[in-house]
Design a protein around this ligand. Sequence first.
Ligand SMILES: [Ca+2]
Length: 638
Amino acid sequence: MHDSCLSQRRWSRLRLFILVSLCGWCTTLSTLAADARRPNILWISTEDISAHLGCYGDPHAKTPRLDQLAREGVRYSHAFVVAGVCAPCRSSVITGIYPTTLGTQHMRCQATLPAEIKCFTEYLRSAGYYCTNRSKTDYQFKVPSEAWDQSGGRGHWRNRPDPDQPFFAVFNFTTTHESAITSDNKYQQMTKALPRQLVTEPATITTLPPYYCDTPVTRKDWARNYNLIAAMDRQAGVLLEQLKEDGLADNTIVIFWSDHGIGLPRGKRWLYDSGMHVPLIVRIPEALRVGNQGKPGTVNNELVSLIDLAPTLLNLAGIKIPRVMQGRAFLGTRLTAPRQYVYGARDRMDERYDIIRAVRDQRYKYIRNYEPFKAYYQYMNTPEKGASMRELRRVHALGQLPPAAARFMAAHKPLEELYDLQKDPHEINNLAASGAHQTILARMRQAHLQWVLDTRDLGLLPEPEIVLREQQFKSRYAILRQPGGESLVQQLRKTAGLSLRGIDAIPELLQGIDADDAAVRYWACIGLGNLAAGARQHQAAVRAVLQDPSPSVSIAAARALCRMNEPAPALPILVRHLKSPREWVRLNAAIVLDEIDDQARPVIKNLQVALQDKQNKYVVRVANRALNELLKTHNTVR
Ligand SMILES: [Ca+2]
């Protein structure tokens, strides 16, 4: 080998060595610099409250500590969640991804996370943060082992091994959870230490929404909400004191939020502002403020979605935001343009499916009901136990509901709803048919349709189909990211909407039951079932679909036949699916057996067996409801 050649090679190796060393040195320097400005973050979340806080102008709220926090920080007036219930919201908060994108939109499902999506705390921990969670997870996927240093009842920033290590500490208060309004015991326990002057009396209340019955029963629930919030305010105060005691108040950003709106009817689980609008307060110590951000005592009215928390936290910590995240950072450096819209979704709440989507801008809310044939208030075990819900049912039976409350007792829903939040904050007056609002309606409908496509919304895939395809594609996230995913979304939307056109749609629905994709066949069967009265002569075509390899399609065909008054061939099919090893197939079969009322009488024994379902409590609830209706009993289940 030539000498000069050798020396050249040595020189290039040396150059590489110098370069690598320099890089390492630079990285160390930049890490040190980043550490120096990495703030601690204390995150206080609470369950199930709307913005019933003094700092939000509520006349009854007794929340001195959170009001003080707002005086020292920024109060966000337009913060919203992506779903009206814990688990899907928490899934979006921890990942920065919509539940409808990740397949975590159904209550208490279990999705597999794709490799490219992580809990944002994994990035914080990689950057040197000590991360604790006390204690709720409820993410709808298995918590990755890398997500937390400590998660559970003992998590606290005080446990970090090195007091100089930056921390991200989460404390979640369940004090205000809907169960504490419903249960006398839990309510007493949560409020027993509340001093007299912090208690709100039901008779003094002036803030009861018009979609409730103004009776002592409802007022009592509404007052409980205030008293639970007052109790939670004191708990938040203790944490803020601890932060001060530890000398950390000056280098810790505090963020307070609620996981969705009030745990009373038409609040929690719904996409009205009563379910989606939440309090959000951020206190940033002076030394950590960027520009005008965090100026004490200010109100920020930009639209914020809690899906933005993940990217915001990373941005505040100086960590690059992964491109896959769907939210936007609203604090820190290099912010993008503010949002024009926030988005919300409702899918399976507990044991009932109702596919609804919402888009909200600063002033208007657009709601799209994908299952308008279902009632607003489907019977659900947990909310029906609440006193306010029972009161609504009682007064409705007497025919004495106020008009705003009666509207939500309707057996069907309109396809679209549009509300002017400025003039109609309780969202009572649907403007979708108003001539003066058609431009706004068209703009917001388009925003909704675009979002469904952009985010690959999985909502129109029946849940058992999602589970099957997850096995095939390794994650739910990947299902609509296959070639043809976008056109499938469009085809599903079209098919799901056909039955609203009435019997004219029957020929297209009949074509739909032969479609290649099972989810399209499913919606075609649902449509034929919705139009049963006009579709009876097509029974034979529907009967052929009873043996469809997709359980969802087979169940939907059985439903259609029952609605065509032909239950005989359908019942054995439904019973077979009620015994399926797949839990969501069982649930879907149980729901149809409940829906067909008296036609299910021959299979009462099978419904009684379903009461013993050990794996899925929702199957038990639906079977119990169906049996109570059939046998005129009043049995209760968990
Ligand atoms: Ca909650």
